[in-house]
Design a protein around this ligand. Structure first.
Ligand code: FE2
Length: 451
């Protein structure tokens, strides 16, 4: 707690204080937050909440992940009302998550209590009936329940993002809106589990929690498998990148930045989630074919012979050969193979022009050249972002697809580019660095003929 900046500490104290006040208010107003005859419901829902909270279930849409414990809180809204929902949320304090600091436990419990209370308050305010729902009255509680979910979910996100922003100094608005919307929708969708528990309670009582838990854990297992697979994909890609970048001291981090810039363009032109993921991979691997180019050619200090330049020009084909067996890359192949084609047809390896060039390749070409220009090279310093943008503009229609250049410029206005830190001169064992970068559109590689 002492490590946190004072605004974060003040915020934590305020959230915990509000939650405590709400619980105390429940005791003062009605003698007990939950009627004694409803203690069994409270116990079952608290257990359901604890099981879910102790085994965080990832509902990942892009980079967001949450546990689905909120379903139990929402069931408590219907079955127990605001104070009961607050109590269920409060049990997050004792969730079985080894190593979780006490302050985080307190905050989790407090923010879930606040969200549960607020959702319950809205539910009651909209005439939602508190208690075990009767079959003939079930329709009447759907509207108030949806409203309660619509309060619980955003409030939960805002409370959590605020503490992260205050603790890390980052801005919550840095979270991409597209991902946030998808996250909210999936979160709201999983909120229906709470309605299921409440609705089933009239017929099967506490068994309803088990009936809901089973599909929940099947979903958890499936998501777990999916994420394990994604992680292994990412590790495979990262290993290949690492191998490429060890060949060239000055291009370290280039693959990651090209991947990021490519995904910025892809999102700007409206590519779907799966294609954005594929283009991220393509950006990471666009130069993997350099593994098939002799290091002495990549690191040659001075003009290249025609044969050496031909070896450089072969790297997109070599890249395709290297990754061809990796099934999950799909459309990324085209990006790797054609990232040096030019809009006017003078690029390589196929000399494709305009619409003949695959969309992935058009995107990567812009991202690749931009990062090359804004990074240090052995033969020049990094150019400022505005200068690189101007160069892209100048080459739009000849080197680059104008649509992709315009999309990238728009994306940069929304998300300013973080240029890489200065590259210190290489250590003696890596001193031989390439005199020219093949990605740099402003300084073409010199080729001497007749050697
Ligand atoms: Fe390349």
């Amino acid at each position: 707690m002492r490590d946190l900046p004072w605004p974060a500490r003040a915020y934590l104290v305020a959230v915990i204080g509000v939650a405590a006040a709400l619980i105390v208010r429940g005791v003062v107003v009605s003698g007990a937050p939950v009627a004694p005859e409803n203690l069994d419901i409270l116990l079952v829902l608290a257990l359901l909440f604890l099981v879910c909270e102790s085994m965080p279930t990832l509902l990942n849409v892009e980079q967001f992940a949450v546990s689905v414990s909120f379903s139990a809180s929402l069931a408590a809204v219907v079955l127990l009302g605001p104070e009961g929902a607050a109590l269920v949320g409060l049990t997050a304090v004792v969730s079985v998550r080894p190593g979780l600091p006490w302050i985080k436990r307190l905050f989790n419990g407090a923010q879930f209590a606040i969200c549960g209370f607020a959702a319950g308050w809205v539910y009651v305010a909209l005439d939602g009936q508190v208690g075990v729902p009767q079959v003939n009255a079930f329709d009447d509680l759907i509207g108030p329940y949806v409203a309660a979910t619509a309060v619980f979910v955003p409030l939960n996100i805002v409370l959590t993002l605020t503490v992260i922003a205050l603790a890390t100094g980052s801005r919550a608005t840095e979270v991409p809106m597209r991902g946030m919307v998808q996250f909210l929708l999936s979160y709201l969708g999983y909120g229906t589990f709470g309605l299921l528990v409440a609705g089933l309670w009239a017929t099967v009582a506490s068994i309803s929690a088990v009936l809901v838990l089973v599909p929940l854990f099947v979903a958890r297992w499936a998501f777990g498998q999916y994420h394990a697979q994604q992680r292994s994909y990412d590790a495979t890609i990262a290993a290949l990148c690492q191998a490429v970048e060890t060949k060239d001291y000055y291009t370290r981090g280039h693959c990651t930045r090209v991947s990021h810039a490519s995904s910025m363009i892809a999102q700007e032109i409206g590519m779907g989630v799966e294609r954005v993921r594929a283009i991220r991979y393509a950006g990471m691997l666009h130069d993997v074919g350099k593994l098939g180019v002799p290091t002495k050619v990549l690191q040659k200090d001075g003009p290249l012979t025609e044969e050496e330049f031909a070896a450089i020009q072969l790297h997109p084909m070599r890249g395709l050969e290297i990754v061809r067996g990796i099934g999950f890359l799909d459309e990324a192949y085209a990006g790797i193979m054609h990232h040096h084609e030019r809009h006017d047809g003078t690029g390589y390896p196929m000399g494709l022009a305009g619409d003949e060039i695959p969309e992935f390749a058009k995107v990567i070409a812009v991202a690749d050249a931009f990062d090359s220009m804004t990074s240090d090279r052995s033969y020049r310093g990094a150019r400022p972002v505005p200068v690189a943008v101007e160069e892209l503009r100048k080459c739009a229609g000849t080197h680059f697809d104008p649509v992709m250049v315009a999309a990238f410029i728009r994306a940069l206005e929304r998300e300013p580019w973080q240029s890489p830190p200065r590259v210190d001169p290489p250590p003696p064992e890596a001193a031989e660095s390439p005199i020219k970068d093949h990605d740099d559109p402003t300084m073409p590689i010199e080729v001497v003929t007749g050697q």
